[in-house]
Design a protein around this ligand. Structure first.
Ligand code: NAP
Length: 283
């Protein structure tokens, strides 16, 4: 049986540690880190994510403010709000919940958030910092994966790390972070030929595909660490990852479940980024 990498327990422990750090920060500086979250429209999944972020902020002592804008908000109106928050010294982090309604260009919105307040690390400037290994903020989901590997003493150095998925928010930055820790990294995607031949070489396999039970036992090397980033909803409403957990966990050395694996870590890393942004604002 594989070691179960418990993201829920790890994120709880990390939030307890963060709470102490934030208390010390507030005591020293007279203000709490502030996060502004903007949600446009009434997508139910986005509403749940935003509520989770509000609750997590409250639990660790971050002052969060949520701006709920109607689904027909004009792009310029959203950009004006972001510019106002960019200029507000009590706001250290700004997060615009994605996806956005179709009349709003996501790229323009992400580019308008001040790189110093970009706690999702989606701004091109911060993406560039990650490429050169000189950064303040790490993208939350890949950073959460790295924190899990670290907390479970799973060394990346010299390992063959295979990432399935090349999105800007997960696959690509995940590959960069594994590379930075001296992994030998292969990135796979929908045009990859002989995918299973490659994934079977992985010492550490990260699945970020968005397809339920995509990674089956025959794609995994005996003794590999398997990290499942996927969040998929089955027709019966239950959540599952990209990895066929029941069969893969029999072969793996360690594995993350879904739910309760990478998911809870994403919000935790957002909270850490917000404290970093508040500290940086003092410089
Ligand atoms: P995405 O933008 O849709 O990217 C999916 C990637 O998978 C793409 O690079 C795609 O390749 C690749 N892919 C699709 N079919 C494939 C196939 N048959 N073989 C190999 N590669 C294939 O998704 P994402 O935003 O990265 O998210 C991935 C998953 O992670 C989703 O389930 C999402 O809900 C979840 N997620 C979870 C968290 C969390 O907090 N745990 C955070 C973010 C995302 P191409 O580039 O060639 O199309």
């Amino acid at each position: 049986m594989a070691i179960l990498i418990d993201g829920k327990a790890t994120s709880f422990a990390m939030k307890e540690e963060l709470k102490v750090k934030i208390e010390a920060f507030e005591k020293e500086n007279g203000f709490a880190p502030g996060l502004s979250v903007i949600i446009v429209g009434d997508d139910p999944a986005s509403a749940v994510y935003v509520r989770n972020k509000e609750n997590a902020c409250a639990a660790v002592g971050i002052k969060s403010t949520t701006y709920r804008l109607p689904g027909d908000t004009a792009e310029e109106e959203l950009l004006a709000l972001i510019r106002r928050l960019n200029a507000d010294v009590s706001v250290h982090g700004i997060l615009v919940q994605l996806p956005l309604p179709k009349q709003i260009c996501e790229e323009t919105v992400l580019a308008t958030i001040s790189p110093n307040k970009d706690v999702d690390a989606f701004h091109a400037q911060n993406v560039g910092h990650i490429m050169i290994g000189n950064y303040h903020f790490l993208p939350c989901t890949p950073a959460g994966v790295m924190a899990l590997l670290d907390r479970y003493d799973i060394s990346v150095e010299g390992k063959h790390c295979v990432v399935i998925g090349r999105s800007n928010i997960v696959g690509k930055p995940q590959a960069m972070l594994l590379l930075e820790k001296n992994g030998t990294v292969t990135i796979c995607h929908s045009r990859t030929k002989n995918l299973a031949d490659i994934t079977r070489q992985a010492d550490i396999l990260v699945a970020a595909v968005g397809r339920a039970n995509f990674v089956t036992a025959d794609m995994v090397k005996e003794g590999a660490t398997v990290i499942d980033v996927g969040i998929n909803r089955l027709p019966d409403g239950t959540l599952c990852g990209d990895v066929a957990f029941n069969e893969v966990e029999k072969k793996a050395y360690a594995i993350t479940p879904v739910p309760g694996g990478v998911g809870p870590m994403t919000v935790t890393m957002l909270l850490y980024n917000t404290l970093t942004a508040a500290k940086e604002s003092l410089k």
